[in-house]
Design a protein around this ligand. Structure first.
Ligand SMILES: Nc1ncnc2c1ncn2[C@@H]1O[C@H](COP(=O)(O)OP(=O)(O)OP(=O)(O)O)[C@@H](O)[C@H]1O
Ligand SMILES: [Mg+2]
Length: 142
């Protein structure tokens, strides 16, 4: 975290994002909306004119497949999308140096991608479905 850019990031008092952000959408529980949120936040950031890259770290490739379909639509703005597996620290640090915001989608399990992603991210978003089973699943982890 020695890079000065990481120090400049954070939420201001109005809740808007300052500087570049590494945002991780992660949870131990599957199917909670991580990919959907990561995709929509990436699009929203791009629409705001920010230089955003979306990183799919899930072996299912949900976000990469979504992006491939989205790219076939000529009228929507293209967003950079890459895939990575395993330890995310070096790949994400590299992406943060090349792009602005890095939005990361991880699979719903306690895996290396989630653990290392939490070490490098500025913000962790944990979507939780409003059910006792979902709360039980994630409560054990967080
Ligand atoms: N806000 C929402 N309202 C209704 N349905 C949603 C919402 N967000 C996601 N979904 C739906 O819920 C399902 C799971 O969403 P998504 O794939 O984003 O979850 P995920 O947490 O990434 O799952 P996984 O753990 O398998 O990666 C999908 O069918 C998606 O369309
Ligand atoms: Mg997903």
């Amino acid at each position: 975290m020695g890079d000065a850019r990481f120090v400049r990031t954070g939420m201001n008092r109005f809740g808007s994002i300052q500087g570049f952000m590494i945002i991780l959408f992660g949870a131990q529980k599957g199917g909670t909306g991580k990919s959907t949120l990561a995709q929509n936040v990436a699009v929203a950031l791009a629409r705001d004119g920010r230089d955003v890259v979306l990183l799919d770290t899930d072996v299912q490739g949900t976000t990469a497949k979504w992006m491939a379909r989205r790219r076939s639509i000529e009228t929507v703005k293209s967003i950079h999308c890459l895939q990575a597996r395993g330890n995310l620290i070096d790949p994400v640090r590299d992406l943060a140096a090349r792009y602005g915001d890095v939005v990361i989608d991880v699979c719903g399990a306690d895996r290396e991608e989630l653990r290392t992603g939490m070490l490098i991210a500025d913000q962790l978003v944990v979507p939780v479905q409003p059910s006792q089973a979902d709360l039980d699943g994630d409560a054990a982890h967080w």
